[in-house]
Design a protein around this ligand. Structure first.
Ligand code: ADP
Length: 407
C-alpha cells in the first residue's frame, strides 16, 4: 500500500507527520484517538455515541478545547467521515492519518499479533463473528467503512484476544467434549490483551526485571480481568470464551455455576437469552448493590453505611483475590501485582482490600503510597516481597504503536 509523505508544523519546524488514528467501533458508539507518534502524544480523543438514536452525538476533546455536535446520520461511513472532518476543522489533523489502527475484540485462534488489514484478514475477522456476535460485526463495519472512504490509508487490526494465544491447552480448554473445541472453537480466549501486555511490560521495565519475571496484572474498569504473565507471555487469564467469565464486573457476573441456567429456567421460565442478558447487563456490582455499576458511587455509598454497597465491594475484592491466587499457579515466580484500569488506577480502597485478602502472598502495602496511587514508579508496596504497582493503561497508544510498527 502507498505510504503518504505528510508534513505538519511542530515547534521545531516542519517535520514528517506521524499522525495515527485509533478507532474502536462498537455497536452504538465509535471511540477514537489521534496520536502524534513523533512525540508519542495523544493530540485528541473523542466519542461518537448513542448511534442509531435521536440523541446521537460526537464529542471531541483536546489539550485546550472541547467540541460537541449532534449526529443526524448514524451509519459508520458518515460518522467516521465526520470524525475526520471535525479533527481537520479544529486544526488537529493537517493531513490524512498515516495509518489507522483498529481495536478488534475477537481474533479467535487466527491472530496472535496485530496485522495489516487485507481482504483475507477481513474474511478471518468475519469468521470470528460467531465468537463475538456483539463486537466483531461493529469492528468490521468500522474497518470496511474506512477502507471504502480512504482506500490509500493502510489499516491495522489489533486484537483483544491475541496476547492470550500463548496459553497452553491445560489453561485454555474447558472440560467439555473435546469435539466442541475442534468443531466450534469452544475454549478460553481471554480479552484485554493489549492492556495486560502493556502494563506487564511496563512493570517489568520499571522494576528492572525485563528478562525473567512473573507478573499478575489486574485490569479493573467496567470490564475486569486479570492475567498471569511470565517473561512477557500470557500464561492464564480470567476471561474465557466470552468476556463474561471470571471476575465480578460493573454489570457482568463473572463466574457463576453453569447449572444456574437450568435452575432459572425451571424456577422462573427464563430462556437462555434472558439469563445471558441478566448475567451481562444486570449483574456484577449493579446486580449485587441494586444501586450502581460505578465504583465511585458504590464506594461513596459504602462509606455512608449502605450495606448492599459494602457487600458488593466485599464480593468484588474477594473474587479478585481468589482469582489472583489461582493465576499464581501458572507462574514459577511472582515479582509483582499490577493494578490498572479506572478502578485499579484510582481506588485505594479496592487495592488495599484485595491485598488484605491476599495475606498469604506476603505483599506489604504502604498505605501512604497507596493513598497517592504510587511513587514515581507506581509502586505502592514496601519490603522485600513481591511488589504491588499501579500503572496507567495505554491501550490506544499501544494500538497506535502496533499500527506504526507494521507499515
Ligand atoms: P472502561 O472499562 O469503560 O474503559 P474505566 O477503565 O474508565 O472503564 O473504569 C471505569 C470505572 O473506574 C468506573 O467504575 C469508575 O467508577 C471507576 N473509577 C474511576 N475513578 C475512580 C476513583 N477515583 N475511585 C474509584 N473508582 C474509580
Amino acid at each position: 500500500m502507498p505510504l503518504r509523505m505528510n508534513s505538519t508544523p511542530t515547534l521545531s519546524g516542519w517535520t514528517m507527520s506521524q499522525n495515527i488514528l485509533v478507532i474502536n467501533s462498537g455497536s452504538s458508539s465509535v471511540k477514537f484517538s489521534l496520536f502524534d507518534m513523533t512525540h508519542q502524544t495523544e493530540t485528541a480523543s473523542g466519542l461518537a455515541e448513542r448511534l442509531g438514536s435521536d440523541a446521537a452525538a460526537l464529542t471531541l476533546r483536546w489539550a485546550d478545547g472541547e467540541y460537541r455536535q449532534a449526529l443526524h446520520d448514524s451509519d459508520y461511513a458518515t460518522v467516521l467521515t465526520q470524525i475526520i472532518a471535525v479533527l481537520t476543522e479544529q486544526q488537529l489533523l493537517h493531513h490524512l492519518p498515516k495509518v489507522i489502527g483498529h481495536r478488534v475484540v475477537h481474533g479467535g485462534e487466527v491472530f496472535s499479533d496485530p496485522v495489516i488489514v487485507t481482504d483475507e484478514v477481513l474474511a478471518s475477522i468475519r469468521q470470528c463473528i460467531a465468537l463475538a456476535p456483539l463486537h466483531n460485526p461493529a469492528n468490521l463495519a468500522g474497518i470496511e467503512a474506512l477502507a471504502t472512504l480512504y482506500p490509500d490509508i493502510p489499516q491495522v487490526a489489533v486484537f483483544d484476544t491475541a496476547f492470550h494465544q500463548s496459553l497452553a491447552p491445560k489453561a485454555f480448554l474447558y472440560a467439555v467434549p473435546y469435539k466442541l473445541y475442534e468443531q466450534q472453537g469452544v475454549r478460553r480466549y481471554g480479552f484485554h490483551g493489549v492492556s495486560h501486555q502493556y502494563v506487564a511490560a511496563e512493570a517489568a521495565t520499571r522494576l528492572g526485571i525485563s528478562a525473567q519475571h512473573g507478573i499478575i496484572s489486574a485490569h479493573l474498569g467496567n470490564g475486569c480481568s486479570a492475567c498471569a504473565v511470565a517473561n512477557g507471555q500470557s500464561m492464564d487469564t480470567t476471561m474465557g470464551m466470552t468476556p463474561l467469565e471470571g471476575l465480578v464486573m460493573g454489570t457482568r457476573s463473572g463466574d457463576v455455576d453453569p447449572g444456574l441456567h437450568q435452575f432459572l429456567y425451571q424456577q422462573k421460565g427464563w430462556d437462555v437469552e434472558t439469563v445471558t442478558n441478566m448475567l451481562n447487563k444486570e449483574s456484577g456490582m449493579l446486580g449485587l448493590s441494586g444501586l450502581s455499576n460505578d465504583m465511585r458511587t458504590l464506594e461513596a455509598a459504602a462509606n455512608e453505611g449502605v450495606e448492599r454497597a459494602q457487600l458488593a465491594l466485599a464480593v468484588f475484592c474477594f473474587r479478585l483475590a481468589r482469582h489472583i491466587g489461582g493465576l499464581a499457579t501458572a507462574l514459577t515466580r511472582l515479582d509483582a501485582l499490577v493494578f490498572t484500569g479506572g478502578i485499579g488506577e484510582n481506588s485505594r480502597f479496592i487495592r488495599a482490600t484485595v491485598i488484605e485478602n491476599l495475606a498469604i502472598f506476603g505483599f506489604r502495602l504502604d498505605n501512604e503510597l497507596n493513598a497517592r496511587n504510587g511513587d514515581m514508579l507506581g509502586v505502592i508496596s514496601t519490603g522485600p516481597g513481591p511488589k504491588v504497582v499501579v500503572i496507567e493503561t495505554k491501550e490506544e497508544l499501544m494500538i497506535a504503536r502496533a499500527a506504526l510498527a507494521l507499515i
